[in-house]
Design a protein around this ligand. Structure first.
Ligand SMILES: [Fe+2]
Ligand SMILES: [Fe+2]
Length: 409
């Protein structure tokens, strides 16, 4: 049985099934392992890990621990409560319409970042004028439809990870700021910071940056230096607000003090950097890398919820979860009417999105696929449904989306 325990409950003889370390974002590559001695526990603790999942069939059991299923059910319930607490969402234009516009904005964003990168490599300072103009357009796109730009950045060529990641984190920070009603000027400043938060990676050798395997200790240390490199680039930039500079330097700080480079804790970390940390981790775990597939959005939100017990500001994390939507587009759901479907669009209420229905669980039979606007009909999402139970790829229910866009990773 898989159970979740705290680091303090860990003891020799326990088998670690999952180190639950995705909040780290760096490629830790820690294999499942049997804890042989106390020294191993100290090493795990030194990585900042606070909780792990164990397999009681391969090692000792910890009686007091909750099972992975219990943890998941409790988290789902809490997420549902979060949605209920503030069910309003603004109305967006359909994904299909915004995708075409967002495609051009994505191309423009890519060229702004590529130009900035080339300038830096040529020893010139970072210019921010183009970036501010771009951010306005990106902001308009995420206001019309918060999913289009982010979904487009999920399509990443092998060497494009950092580029698309920067656009995605920029879009997520914009989305968050609109949701949290951050004043316009501050929103733009934070979004520019998000766009350039990893600009220091231009100084990391490509063989380290794109290495598919485990990094050596010294490579790992060099990789971590990108935050300081970002700050070095940003300090010489023209018209770059201080909040943006801080996000470059501190987006890997963690609320419990386990981050880098300065090991800041709690509110010592700037607001923008706290928001950037959440958006950065969300993008990192939902997108495919050369060494792993991306996680489904709702599973990533569950993880953020769990990790906010230690690594992130809880209030900001809950706000981020509500901003993404609790039942984000692409989530498989069970409705109160016992129909099963996949969220394909937003309405005025996050618990009543537009759902593409494909199964009637009351009648235990498939139904011809149709889009059900829960807000208009008065139906509601009852719970998350494991998509693994349904062969969604085979159902081909997203044939109307543009080529290359996949709601499932
Ligand atoms: Fe980073
Ligand atoms: Fe990042």
């Amino acid at each position: 049985m898989i159970k979740k325990i705290t680091i303090d409950q860990l003891k020799p003889g326990v088998f670690i099934h999952d180190f639950d370390s995705g909040w780290h974002t760096e490629n830790l590559f820690i294999n499942q392992t049997l804890v042989k001695n106390v020294k191993t526990i100290d090493i795990i603790r030194s990585w900042g890990i606070k909780e792990v999942y164990i397999d009681t069939e391969r090692g000792l059991d910890i009686d007091a621990a909750k099972t992975a299923r219990e943890v998941r059910d409790e988290t789902d319930k809490s997420l549902h409560e979060l949605a209920k607490a503030d069910p309003s969402s603004s109305y967006y234009i359909p994904l299909k319409e915004e995708i075409a516009i967002a495609e051009n904005i994505k191309k423009e964003a890519a060229s702004v970042i590529q130009r900035a990168t080339a300038n830096i490599l040529a020893g010139e300072p970072l210019e921010t004028e183009d970036a501010f103009q771009l951010i306005e357009k990106m902001g308009d796109s995420v206001t019309r439809n918060k999913d289009a730009l982010i979904l487009l950045t999920r399509i990443r060529q092998k060497d494009e990870y950092t580029l698309m990641h920067s656009i995605s984190v920029g879009s997520l920070v914009l989305s968050f700021c609109y949701f949290a009603k951050i004043p316009h000027e501050m929103t733009l400043n934070l979004a520019v910071g998000a766009l350039f938060h990893d600009i220091g990676k231009t100084r990391i050798p490509l063989e380290i940056l794109n290495k598919p395997g485990k990094l050596t200790d010294s490579e790992f240390e060099e990789m971590k230096r990108h935050a300081e490199y970002s700050a070095e680039v940003m300090v010489n930039a023209t018209n770059l607000p201080h909040e943006a500079f801080d996000m470059g330097l501190h987006h890997h700080e963690r609320y419990d003090g386990t981050g880098y480079p300065d090991g800041l804790k709690g509110e010592e970390i700037g607001y923008g950097s706290q928001v950037a940390a959440i958006c950065d981790v969300y993008d990192a775990i939902t997108s495919a890398r050369c060494y792993k597939g991306g996680m489904e959005s709702i599973l990533a939100l569950r993880k953020l919820y769990e990790w906010s017990n230690y690594h992130f500001n809880k209030d900001l994390t809950y706000k981020f979860i509500r901003c993404i939507g609790v039942y984000p587009i692409g989530t498989c759901v069970r409705l109160e009417s016992d129909l099963i479907g996949v969220v394909v669009g937003s309405t005025d209420n996050v618990l009543q999105p537009i759902v593409r229905v494909f199964y009637n669980d009351k009648k235990k039979s498939a139904v011809p696929v149709y889009d059900r606007d829960l807000f208009k009909i008065g139906d509601k999402v009852a719970s998350y449904e494991d998509p693994g139970k349904w062969d969604l790829g085979k159902l081909k229910i997203f044939d109307d989306l543009p080529a290359g866009i996949s709601l499932f990773t």
